[in-house]
Design a protein around this ligand. Structure first.
Ligand code: PXP
Length: 236
């Protein structure tokens, strides 16, 4: 299973004080040292966390694959074609949302998405679509010329009962099977953490997970003791 580490929330911390640190570029290098095969980042239209400077430097420094998440709109397409990440994951984007909420409505926006997909593929960028594990969206993704899909695991992660969780996991498993059968590479992500990730790993067709928030949160806590010791040493 490939792990893509999403470094957006390192940039969220930096932007809280509009400072120079923590630098998502440094976090990406450390994530790679920890074994991440991919660095994922979502450059939002409002640049609320990760910005163009981060993307440009990461393109030069990431050793594994670089996966840019973005909205399927012309200004983002222009940026992506200029930077040329290895993969571009098209996601829905609403300004008010705290994080990406639902999957992309590929079935409803097929021509639009196909146009962006084609331009990316022509430039040698792999196209992945972030969709709900829904057969209609999977078929639409093939018709929109995508090479991969990332199945949205949010509903599974937010399930409150065992029954609901099992139902959402089954939807993901069925979606993964259908997508793989149609020739798509299958990734998954959103809301995955140290408690809910294992059942998703057991789905054979899913070969990549993109995980951000839970890893950044754990890094804050596992690094706290050393960070305090370093400061104590400094101040004597
Ligand atoms: N995959 C996609 C397409 C996303 O939009 C996000 C959130 O930015 C993630 C994965 C990572 O989600 P989380 O931060 O909840 O692990």
């Amino acid at each position: 299973m490939r792990l893509g580490v999403n470094i957006d929330h390192v940039a969220t911390l930096r932007q809280a004080l509009r400072g120079r640190y923590p630098d998502p570029v440094a976090a990406a290098a450390m994530a790679e040292l920890g074994g991440a095969e991919q660095i994922t980042l979502h450059v939002r239209e409002d640049r609320r966390h990760v910005n163009d400077r981060d993307l440009q430097i990461l393109r030069q420094t990431v050793n594994g694959t670089l996966n840019l998440e973005m909205a399927a709109v012309q200004p983002m397409l222009d940026l992506c074609l200029q930077v040329r990440p290895d993969t571009c994951t098209l996601v829905p984007e609403r300004r008010e949302e705290l994080t990406t909420e639902g999957g992309l409505d590929v079935a409803g926006r097929r021509e639009d998405i196909k146009r962006v997909s084609r331009a990316l593929r022509d430039a040698g960028v792999e196209v992945s679509l972030f969709i709900d594990p829904d057969l209609e969206q999977i078929k639409a993704s093939v018709r929109a010329d995508a090479q991969a899909v990332e199945l949205h695991t949010g509903r599974y992660c937010e399930a409150r009962t065992d029954k609901e969780r099992a139902r959402e996991l089954a939807r993901i498993a069925e979606g993964a099977k259908s997508a793989a059968k149609l020739g798509l590479r299958v990734a998954a992500g959103h809301g995955l953490d140290y408690w809910n990730v294992r059942p998703v790993c057991r789905i054979a067709e899913i070969t990549e997970l993109n995980i951000g928030y839970s890893i950044v949160c754990r890094a804050v806590l596992t690094g706290m003791e050393k960070a305090v010791r370093d400061m104590k040493e400094l101040i004597g």
